[in-house]
Ligand binder design. Sequence first.
Ligand code: GUN
Length: 293
Amino acid sequence: MTLLDGKKTSEAILQEIAHEVQAIKANGGKVPHLAAVLVGNDGGSVTYVNNKVLACDRIGFGSSLIRYEDTVTEQELLQKIQELNEDDNVDGFIVQLPLPKHINAEKVIESIDPRKDVDGFHPTNVGRMVAGLNAYLPATPAGILQLLQRYDIQTSGKHCVVIGRSNIVGSPMSILMSKAAYPGNATVTLCHRNTNNLAYHTRQADIIISAVGIPGLVTADMVKDGAVVIDVGTTRVQDASRKSGYRLRGDVDFDAVAPKCSFITPVPGGVGPLTIAMLMQNTLRAAKKEVYG
Ligand code: GUN
């Protein structure tokens, strides 16, 4: 069993990007700039966005963090997005999800200029991805592809079972794994909350990618010997022994499942760190005008 070390892989990617930023600076080019919009004080979201800004600092990107109370109106938010769309210094920006209920997240996402949509959430980027055109890929699925690639994991002709159909992970992951590309070329089954007999499907899987946020959902009896298991779940569960009062748990019952696997991601330190690296990669591509010219 090999652990898929997301931290190490992410560090390697961030190093590559940092070198490229140095070269851009040396040549007098535009230093990539990422802006992040954060609404409210959700613990997970605050941590994610802070880590994104810290990553920018580390690799030499410019960054701006724009924070609002969760009482912000949709109108105010749309106004800010308009400003960011028009700001030539901002190459890409994200609006951290989830948003408060009184704000229409779809409307917010659709108001982002697709050329600056480094999350890859705008329908234009989603459509381009589905059609196999150059697009910003959403960070978590793109990070998983990087892990598969950098550990030289074979995917062609394999049976990949994705659990979860979110717009952010499950749905794009299922599409990317089915593409005639590497990593990809897999036969894909997409399971979700209405799937009958989930274990029947996962037992056939050469590759399991779980992104549902149910701690311990994937148990040892659901996994075939030699499977590759990718765990996207990061649910905060109470843990009085930690200073923070919580720890992160994945969708996979790691201790029981790991011995059966050829490769498996830990939680934390698996997929999580890759998402930041891929957001940085998208921002670099935005600054270089690689996707839309
Ligand atoms: N919430 C959970 N994951 C993400 C992400 O990748 N981007 C944004 N903007 N919000 C998220």
